[in-house]
Design a binder for this molecule. Sequence first.
Ligand SMILES: Nc1ncnc2c1ncn2[C@@H]1O[C@H](COP(=O)(O)OP(=O)(O)O)[C@@H](O)[C@H]1O
Ligand SMILES: [Mg+2]
Length: 385
Amino acid sequence: MIEQQICAVLDRMRPEARLAVIHGGDSRQPQAVVYSTRNPRSSKTYVDVAGDIAESLRANGFRHVCLLPDDMTLPQRLRELKIDMAWLNTGGTQGLTSACHAASMLELCGIPYVGHNPLNAALLDNKHMFKHVVSSLGLPTAPYVTVNVDEVSQDVRRRPDFIKRFASYSGDFVVKPVSGRASLHVHVASLADLMDAVRAVFDATGNTVLVESWLSGAELTAGVSGPVVCRGGQVTLGSSPFVFSVLERLFDTGERIFTSKDMRPIGLDRLRLLSCDETETTRSVTLIAAKLFQRLGLESTVRADFRCDDRGRVYLLEANPKPDLKAPGQGVVSLMAAGLHLQGLDFNDLILTLLADRVHQLLTRRAEYAVALRRFVPERTGMGV
Ligand SMILES: Nc1ncnc2c1ncn2[C@@H]1O[C@H](COP(=O)(O)OP(=O)(O)O)[C@@H](O)[C@H]1O
Ligand SMILES: [Mg+2]
C-alpha cells in the first residue's frame, strides 16, 4: 500500500535526513548580496514562522533541522551542511519576483524542497499574472486592469481597456500592489479618486498596480494542499487535493478591506469556521480551491483568498504562495491552522502533511529531481526511484 511506503520513507528520514527551513534574508548582512537593492514585495523575513516550522518538524521526530537565510550564501551552506531537503518559508530577500529566487537556487543545486517550483512561485506572487491565468482557466476573479510602471503617469480611466472592462460598472475600485502581503497598500477608491490611489500604490512599491472592481460581500479563505494527509500518525492518500480551514473573515461595521494582521492580530473573534460543504458559498470555495490546485499543477500548499459580490457570487482574490504557518498560541491563530481540528488535524499534523505530500509527489512523479531522497527509500517500495 502506498500509504505504508510513504510512512517507511518518513521513518527513514526522521533520524537521518538533514532538513533546512529557509527564511527571507537580510540584504544588509555581509555576503548576502552583491548590491543591496529593494524588495517591492516587503522586507519581512518570516524567520519566526520558519522557527515554528522547524520546531514542528522536530516534534514530528526529524532530528536534524536547521534554519537558513535565502541569500547568496545559500548554495554554499546547503552543500556544507549536506542538506537533503529544504522547506521554503521565504518571500525572497530583494529584487523583482523575489518569491521564486530560493526555488530557482534549489532547482539549480538539485536539492528537493517543500515549496512551489519557480514558475508557480512567480505566478502566484504576481497577482496580475495570476489573474490572467485563472481567468483563462475559467475561474472567477474580479474584473481588472493593470497599470504598468511606464503607464503610471497616464490616466488609466481614459484607457480603452479600462472603459471597456468597466463600461457597465458604477461601484468603487480596489487599487493594490501586484506583489504584496497582509492588505498593505490596498485602497478602496471611487472613480474620481482612482488616480490618487494608483499613485499612492506606485509610490509605495515602485511596481505594477492592479485596479479591480470592489467586491462588497463576505470574505473567505481556504487552505489547499496535495492528496496526502497525515492525521494523528495515520497517512492517507486521497484522490483529490485536500481543502482545509475554510473560514469567513469577519468585518467590523464599515470595514471595507480586511485589516492587516500587522495592524491588529487575527484572533478567533475575527473568524468564523465553516465546513467545506456547509453552504453553496463554501462548496464553491472548496471546488475553486481544488480546481486551482489541479489546473496550475501546484506542488505545495497555498491559501486561497475569496470575496463575494453583492449577490453572493464567489471570486478568487489571490492564492498566497507562502501562507502564514505560524504555530497557534496566545489567542492568535493563522488562517491555515484555524480550522484544522474540524478535519481531525493539529498544527504538527499539517506540517507533516505538507512534507509527506511533497516527498510522495517527488518520489513518484519527479524522481529525477529528488536524487537526495533516494537513500531514504527502502528497497522494493516501488516509489519511482
Ligand atoms: N477586489 C476586491 N474587492 C474587495 N476587497 C478586496 C478586493 N481585493 C482585495 N480586497 C481586500 O483587500 C485585502 C487584501 O487583498 P489581497 O488581494 O488578498 O492581497 P494581500 O492579502 O496580498 O494584501 C483582502 O483581504 C480584501 O479584504
Ligand atoms: Mg490576501
